[in-house]
Design a protein around this ligand. Structure first.
Ligand code: FO1
Length: 313
């Protein structure tokens, strides 16, 4: 593939495809823009779960069992915190703590989240650019039958159990996309925009909620494609299917296409959904989207980029 690639992603599922892309796209040609709507301040620390998941995944440090946090983790801090009666619903591993402590200190000194993220990535040996969607604070708020919940309270503390009525992104209307994100979008060498198989409602919508972003993508000269996070009517991981149903969306690859609407020039569905591919109102490519191995990730990344080459705006 010649030309630069811009990937938009959230945490676990998105990071897997980002890793596949990182294996086949020259590092200087790949930019990964990450959702920051999940970010929050907890125990005095600024936590950026999706940025950290992408950073750990691209550096080979990710905890593959959990899907978040670091491999070879120990939990002494959590145990000690629990013994003191501290808040223990959000698990911060001993090694993982370092990234939150260091980021919080640098933010307090006035460094930008994008600069901190870039520096951590460089120190961990990551070459492609990892960019937070914005340096401004945007907070995903989930309105449930039990009232409004901050995202991590809904997701981790309450295990996505409350029934969702609405999702909003506080601060998004006043937030500016990071400079590097804007530069990547305007780069004359940009050839493809890939929306990774992240939860559209929680991980991609916050990015699209930044002022002007959705319009800019809709009118972009390069093809915008998405990989379905729904396979055979189910989410690979996480609450995507449950939330889609609660919010009245069709829980299927077709529901994802309907949600993204005219943003998309192309869509990739899993082979399990091959029979609906012909009926989707957008150019569709069928392949394996379930990424268990590194080979699955690079195969899907290659298929996605080959597909964008066939699409014209
Ligand atoms: N997810 C959980 O389900 N339980 C946790 O205790 C938890 C801790 C955690 C700590 C650091 C971090 O970067 C991520 C963490 N996550 C945890 C994942 C995270 O909250 C969510 O997966 C994302 O926000 C959704 O993309």
């Amino acid at each position: 593939m010649s030309g630069k690639v811009l990937a938009l992603c959230g945490g676990v599922g998105g990071a897997k495809l980002a890793l596949g892309l990182a294996h086949i796209v020259p590092p200087e040609d790949l930019t990964v823009v990450v959702n920051t709507g999940d970010d929050f301040t907890h125990l005095g620390l600024r936590i950026c779960p999706d940025i950290d998941t992408v950073t750990y995944t691209l550096s080979g440090l990710a905890n593959k069992e959990l899907g978040w946090g670091r491999e070879d983790e120990s939990w002494d801090f959590m145990e000690a915190l629990r013994a003191l009666g501290g808040e223990d619903w959000f698990n911060l591993g001993d090694r993982d703590l370092a990234i939150h402590v260091e980021r919080t200190g640098r933010l307090a000194k006035g460094e930008k989240l994008s600069d901190i993220t870039a520096d951590f990535a460089k120190r961990l040996g990551i070459e492609p650019a990892i960019i937070p969607m914005t340096n401004d604070q945007v907070a995903t708020i989930v309105d449930t039958e039990e009232g409004e919940l901050a995202f991590q309270h809904y997701f981790v503390r309450d295990r996505c159990e409350p029934v969702v009525k609405k999702v909003r992104f506080a601060g998004a209307g006043d937030a500016k996309p990071c400079k590097a994100f804007q530069t990547a979008l305007q780069d004359p060498d940009l050839a493809a925009i890939v929306i990774c198989p992240s939860n559209p409602l929680l991980s991609v919508d916050p990015i699209l909620a930044l002022p002007g972003l959705r319009k800019m993508l809709e009118g972009h000269r390069v093809p915008v494609i998405a990989v379905s996070p729904i396979v055979g009517g189910k989410a690979i991981k996480g609450p995507t299917a449950k939330m889609m149903a609660e919010l009245g969306h069709d829980v299927s690859a077709a529901g994802i296409v309907a949600h993204y609407g005219n943003l998309l020039d192309g869509f990739i569905v899993d082979q399990q959904d091959a029979e609906i591919a012909g009926s989707l109102p957008v150019a569709t490519h069928v392949t394996n989207t379930v990424m268990r191995t590194l080979e699955d990730r690079t195969d899907l990344a290659r298929a996605a980029l080959d597909f964008t080459r066939m699409l014209k705006r």
